[in-house]
Design a binder for this molecule. Structure first.
Ligand SMILES: *Cc1c(COP(=O)(O)O)cnc(C)c1O
Length: 420
């Protein structure tokens, strides 16, 4: 069999991109400035929050950057959600409405404060939570809405804030992926009562681990600060950030605007070029999105539109794309409620409260029989994601992505014939 350029790499052809010769951008990446900033803290001997000045400097820089009145840096994004929930008044037994399409930490944070996660369906075109689904789930036990800006694409905060105001609920934003995102000119995370960012290594502003709680409410800020550090006054955690990590994040923040501008330019190019290929649907950018945070670009694969003969599955498409030298993820593989934590908690960790202790607030939660159609279809058949480091490539790199998708579309019969 002759090997031609047009032949799909998954079927033995030449890949669009030779990733050994032309690797994709590595992430996270440290500059000499980052290394010097961390080394300075190490040499100073002032490593912890109470001795270093770097943690407060980071909080001040994030105030400036986000426009939030108060910033509390802490050990992780997950810690930030826990602190934010508790500071906003979520108590044991309270229901908190979360999207089913997110990282599991959104839901575990609710459980860690004794709350009950109630899963809402999503809007397929944006992958973000559907405010109408949230509304349908409100009971007399609901205390808060916890929207997630998935891939950093801002949620419909008009609808979510209006719903919360109407029903007397708190809004806590999981902006772990969203520090680059803006809604009507305002940074996501600063729109609800309280929000949170993550500085985990994969995120757009990385420090290895780390997070921040942001709020304009002085009472929530005071509580969040007390909860962040173990102390004799209130029941707190030790979620303090180190000076070394704060220095690293501060140094990364200097570069963040330039990197984010590159992600935006590349994503704009990809959105246009990919949308021209049948069955390839990048996430919709609503008018209230004044900046997409771009912790990756979500794309739906719509088999019925992509396939011009026998149906091509999302999984076969993704396999063919990777063979062409284009890394792509399948988004979150499952809705969060389908994870072992919610389906098998009783068999795994029998003493885990409130998940598996017959907690009165949880006994009404029938996660085993929960089915949300949009999120289940997205996970099973449609979700693809180009993770954010790809968006730091050159225009040529982006063209490789488009060329590979176009090549697979044009040669799709090879996939279905060989049942790849
Ligand atoms: C990364 C992430 C978190 C958790 O942040 P960590 O800093 O890793 O604890 C929470 N929610 C979402 C949506 C995330 O992407």
């Amino acid at each position: 069999m002759s090997v031609s350029v047009a032949q799909l790499a998954v079927a033995g052809g030449t890949p669009v991109r030779d990733t050994n010769a032309r690797p994709w951008p590595a992430w996270p990446a440290a500059t000499e400035e980052d290394i010097a900033a961390v080394a300075d803290v190490l040499r100073s001997g002032k490593w912890n929050r109470w001795r270093t000045d770097r943690v407060v400097a980071l909080e001040e820089a994030l105030q400036e950057f986000t426009g939030a009145a108060h910033v509390i840096a802490l050990a992780s994004g997950t810690a930030g959600i826990e602190v934010a929930l508790k500071a906003a008044g979520v108590r044991p037994g309270d229901e908190v409405i979360v999207p089913a399409y997110t990282y599991v930490a959104t839901a575990t944070a609710v459980l860690q404060v004794g709350g009950v996660p109630v899963f809402a369906d999503i809007i397929p075109e944006t992958e973000n939570v559907d405010p109408a689904s949230m509304e349908s789930l409100i009971t007399e036990r609901t205390r808060a809405l916890l929207p997630v800006h998935v891939s950093g694409l801002p949620c419909d905060m008009d609808a979510i804030n209006a719903l919360a105001a109407r029903r007397g609920l708190r809004v806590i934003e999981d902006a772990a992926q969203g520090i680059g995102g803006m809604w009507n000119g305002q940074r996501v995370g600063t729109i609800g009562d309280v929000g949170e960012y993550s500085f985990q290594a994969s995120k757009n502003l990385p420090g290895g681990e780390g997070g921040a709680v942001v709020t304009n409410d002085p009472e929530i800020a005071e509580k969040a600060f007390m909860l962040m550090h173990i102390n004799y006054e209130v029941l707190g955690w030790n979620y303090r950030l180190t000076g070394m990590t704060a220095a690293l994040i501060l140094s990364q923040l200097e570069r963040f605007p330039a990197l984010q501008a590159r992600r935006q330019a590349n994503a704009a190019f990809l959105r246009d070029a990919l949308a021209a290929i049948p069955g390839i649907a990048p996430t919709r950018v609503d008018p209230f999105v004044t900046a997409d945070g771009l912790h990756g670009l979500g794309v739906r694969f719509i088999s019925a539109e992509f396939s011009d003969g026998a149906p091509v599955s999302r999984d076969a498409f993704a396999k063919a794309l990777r063979a062409e030298g284009i890394p792509c993820a399948l988004g979150y593989g499952d809705p969060v409620y389908r994870s072992p934590l919610f389906q098998e908690a009783h068999t795994r960790m029998q003493d885990q409260c409130p998940v598996a202790c017959n907690h009165p607030a949880m006994v009404n939660m029938d996660y085993a029989n929960l089915h949300l159609p949009n999120v289940e279809r997205l996970c099973a058949e449609e979700a693809l994601r180009f993770n954010q480091p790809l968006l730091l490539g050159t225009r040529e790199d982006m063209q490789d992505i488009v060329d590979a998708v176009g090549k697979i579309h044009a040669n799709q019969s090879a996939l279905t014939a060989a049942a790849i």
